[in-house]
Design a protein around this ligand. Structure first.
Ligand code: G4P
Length: 527
């Protein structure tokens, strides 16, 4: 184990910010970059939201895809730390991509709007974090606006996100009367001065009972603060860093991203407590970041929408060792050696060719179709990383060939798009028809468009009414056979040939679960 490698691992923090659209993810990201000196003015990070009205505006989608390549990974240095923020596309139509991004991070910051509380998208993304035991920090945003009582918000976070919470900062009043936050973690008072560009001053307070607090925030608010803090100490156990790292408790911060308020406190605490790259499970064994030999996996593929350049960028997350430019690595699935002359990384918003990268880093590899999601690159060992499951899609359509002369092109196009992780395909075992499952309507349009423009193939969608696709298994082969026989019209296979049950309603699914107790139903492909 080299010292350099250890140092590089220790100082890395690779994470994603997740939120429901509009809670303030883009604004918070930008402010973090501002602190890291990666950008110098607010407004430099473009939101990669695809506006609802743009669902059939292809130029818009293409533009947005361009932006999201640039913001896929944002690396910057903050003090001694190297921070990698992985962007999670904000629009719900891109949730599939977002889920996968969560498989490449070591921790997560969740942004919640103080007025809206926990919203659907956040709830769904949190399920993935829980499943993977990802450490989570919560930032309650927009305290400069009227919102809910902070204690109510804490209760809601606990109930809706199913995780214990522990406030590490506490707001003093809210909305028009918002005075600032008391930093419980570092014992200081941060006074609020609405400003979009500057960082606010910190007043060190050893004792909240000091008259200084009354002078700074007024007697009534000071009294309320003391009362609240007492309640917090009474209700919530001391913050337990180990429990946070196990994904059992989420520290909570309050602030206003737009006003750069409470953001530095969040960042300072984050770099201290958030984990550096952790061991990753492969089918063969656990891979530790400190191992000398390089290994990594592809978690995202970004295709070029320009049909004249069938090129894409495969994003590899370095899991162990040092990645180097122009060194031969084993592409495990193909069993062949590959070297990369122009691997790229985004530092301080600039894309540049990198000579080396360390665990926790994300490297973009220009590619012409060699990779699919989940592929592994190593220094020679045959490793297959786990933890890149497919999730049950929520929308389904039959895909049919609309141009009989182009059947081959259609097959190839579908296969490649599925490898890229655009959507999932299931083949009905009963009638052989192909079903595409997505998490949003937009993906169907993107697939149709890309099949035509990149492969010259035409597809047609036909409706199918399905509720969920679930992967099934059983220890009892007879029970499995009986189930498949009974449900033969609703059995399909996924891309790896595994059995999938297509439930056409929640009721049918529940009945199946009751009638066939020996069958286990899974909503992700990894179990
Ligand atoms: P998202 O990436 O999570 O979708 O959210 P984004 O940061 O784009 O923020 C959504 C809206 O909320 C933006 O307003 C943003 O300015 C606002 N916002 C973010 N943080 C705060 C905050 O702390 N306080 C207040 N009052 N507003 C906040 P917008 O009008 O939709 O966009 P824009 O025109 O300001 O860019």
């Amino acid at each position: 184990m080299s010292d350099q490698l250890n140092r590089e691992i220790d100082r890395r923090r690779t994470f994603a910010i997740i939120s429901h659209p509009d809670a303030g993810k883009t604004t918070l990201t930008e402010k973090l970059l501002l602190f890291g000196g990666a950008i110098h003015v607010a407004g430099a990070v473009k939101s990669n939201k695809i506006k609802k009205t743009a669902t059939s505006d292809w130029m818009e989608i293409e533009k947005q895809r361009g932006i999201s390549v640039a913001t896929s990974v944002m690396g910057f240095n903050y003090g001694d730390y190297k921070i990698n923020i992985l962007d999670t596309p904000g629009h719900q139509d891109f949730a599939e991509d977002t889920f996968r991004t969560l498989t490449a991070v070591d921790s997560v910051i969740i942004v919640v709007d103080v007025a809206k509380g926990v919203e659907t998208q956040t709830r769904r993304l949190m399920e993935v974090c829980r499943m993977r035991k990802t450490p989570v920090i919560i930032f309650v945003n927009k305290l400069d606006r009227e919102g809910r009582d902070p204690f109510d918000i804490l209760d809601e976070l606990e109930q809706e996100l199913k995780i214990a919470v522990r406030p590490l900062s506490w707001p003093i009043n809210i909305g028009a009367h918002f005075k600032g936050v008391y930093n419980i973690y570092e014992k200081g008072l941060d006074l609020f001065t609405p400003s979009k560009q500057t960082v606010t001053e910190r007043v060190e307070i050893d004792d909240v009972n000091s008259p200084e607090v009354d002078r700074l925030v007024g007697e009534a608010d000071a009294a309320k603060l003391r009362e609240d803090l007492e309640l917090i100490e009474g209700v919530y156990p001391e913050f337990d860093e180990e429990a946070y790292l196990r994904g059992e408790v989420a520290p909570v911060f309050f602030g206003s991203a737009l006003n750069t308020f409470g953001v530095k406190e969040l960042l300072d605490c984050f770099v201290k407590i958030a984990p550096s790259p952790r061991p990753v499970e492969a089918e063969e064994r656990e891979v530790k970041p400190q191992e000398e030999e390089f290994s990594g996996f592809i978690f995202k593929i970004h295709a070029n929408m320009d049909p004249n350049h069938r090129s894409c960028i495969a994003f590899v997350k370095v899991c162990s060792g040092k990645f180097e430019r122009n060194v031969n690595y084993l592409h495990v699935r193909h069993g062949k050696q590959m070297r990369f002359a122009a691997p790229t990384a985004f530092m301080a918003q600039k894309k540049s060719v990198v000579d080396e990268a360390f665990p926790g880093d994300i490297v973009g590899l220009p590619d012409t179709g060699n990779f699919k999601i989940g592929d592994t690159l190593t220094g020679g060992e045959k490793l297959h990383f786990k933890g890149l499951p497919s999730f049950s899609p929520e929308m389904f359509k039959y895909i049919e060939n609309a141009d009989p002369m182009k059947a081959k092109q259609l097959d190839k196009g579908i296969r490649q798009l599925m490898d890229e992780g655009v959507a999932q395909m299931f083949t009905n075992q009963f009638n052989g028809r192909k079903i595409i499952g997505t998490v949003g309507q937009l993906q169907f349009e993107v697939i149709q468009y890309r099949l035509l423009h990149e492969y010259g193939a035409q597809c047609r969608w036909e409706p199918i009414s399905l509720y969920k696709a679930c992967w099934i298994e059983s220890d009892d082969p007879e029970a499995l056979a009986a189930f498949k026989k009974r449900k033969h019209q609703f059995m399909a296979t996924d891309k790896d040939g595994r059995d999938v049950f297509l439930a056409d309603s929640n009721y049918v699914l529940q009945m199946a679960q009751t009638d066939f107790p020996k069958i286990r139903f899974h909503f992700t492909s990894e179990f």
